[in-house]
Structures are given as structure tokens and as C-alpha cells.
Design a protein. Structure first.
Length: 116
């Protein structure tokens, strides 16, 4: 069983930065996917970024602005968000795709609001 706890959301002005962190407990290996999804009001949940075995993946809308990183020893994943835009406003969910067994886990989410 994997549990995920996010932190770091809040209110920020356009152009500002926020750092989201996720601490995981349970059995997670470097080849398991860790990442972040987000869900804006009235929209479907979308992938923001993932990292596994050193490989990162980003949705086009955040490339060049967001950076994902993980610490396998500490079982943490961090999303550094720079140059934030109002359209980045959403609830951000930490995500783990465990390979063995094949299971998905989600955190409870943290709200990011980008507004002046």
C-alpha cells in the first residue's frame, strides 16, 4: 500500500513560482512512475509531469516553466513551477504508478491558485 501526501500549494500572482512536494510511504522503486496531475474547475484531470528512471515527461503547456524531480531514497517528488499563469490554477495531485503490482495511487490534492 502506498500513501501520498502533498504540500506547497497556495495563492500566487501571475509570473510567480510555487514548489509542490509529495512524500510517499510504502514500496516504491526507481522504475515506478511518480508524477503530478492537475484538475481545473470544470475540466478533466490532465497529466502535468512524470519522472521514472531518470526520464521526465511534461505536458506541452508547462514545458520550460515546470521542473519535476524525485529523490528515490526519500521517496519524494517535487514539482517546481515557475512563470505561473492563471490557466495553471487547479488542484494538483501527486501520482504513483506502481509497477509490481500494477496499481495507481493518488494523493488528496493541493490547490494552486494563480491570480492577481
Amino acid at each position: 500500500q502506498v500513501q501520498l501526501v502533498e504540500s506547497g500549494g497556495g495563492l500566487v500572482q501571475p509570473g510567480g513560482s510555487l514548489r509542490l512536494s509529495c512524500a510517499a510511504s510504502g514500496s516504491i522503486f526507481s522504475f515506478d512512475v511518480m508524477g503530478w496531475y492537475r484538475q481545473a474547475p470544470g475540466k478533466q484531470r490532465e497529466l502535468v509531469a512524470t519522472v521514472t528512471s531518470g526520464t521526465t515527461n511534461y505536458v506541452d503547456s508547462v514545458k520550460g516553466r515546470f521542473t519535476i524531480s524525485r529523490d528515490n531514497a526519500k521517496k519524494t517528488v517535487v514539482l517546481q513551477m515557475n512563470s505561473l499563469k492563471p490557466e495553471d490554477t487547479a488542484v494538483y495531485y501527486c501520482y504513483v504508478k506502481q509497477t509490481i503490482p500494477n496499481r495507481d495511487y493518488w494523493g488528496k490534492g493541493t490547490l494552486v491558485t494563480v491570480s492577481s
